[in-house]
Write a protein that binds this ligand. Structure first.
Ligand code: FES
Length: 92
């Protein structure tokens, strides 16, 4: 995916068979997570900035680290490898 889709300070959810979250917490630093909520597996959505929110029961995660900001989820999102190659991000 084009790196330009992930502005600095934001997290975006990439739809697909296995949805991912990709975020750019600080300029040039990209992180990615499995978008499956660690509560019951619903796909989290991008909220404001780096915040991710699960529509199922309202869990919130920090898109920079995957950590839980609000339950009922208790475990962080699963980290996924991401690599920048030129202007393209390769996830997974
Ligand atoms: S599945 Fe995400 S909060 Fe329950």
């Amino acid at each position: 995916m084009p790196a330009a889709q992930v502005p600095v300070g934001n997290a975006v959810v990439i739809a697909g068979a296995k949805p991912y979250v990709v975020a750019q917490p600080t300029a040039g630093k990209y992180v990615a997570f499995d978008a499956a909520c660690t509560h019951q597996g619903a796909t989290v959505g991008a909220s404001e900035g780096l915040t991710l929110e699960c529509p199922a029961h309202g869990s919130r995660f920090d898109g920079a680290t995957g950590s839980v900001e609000r339950g009922p989820a208790r475990t962080p999102l699963t980290s996924v490898a991401v690599r920048l190659d030129g202007d393209t991000l390769h996830v997974g």
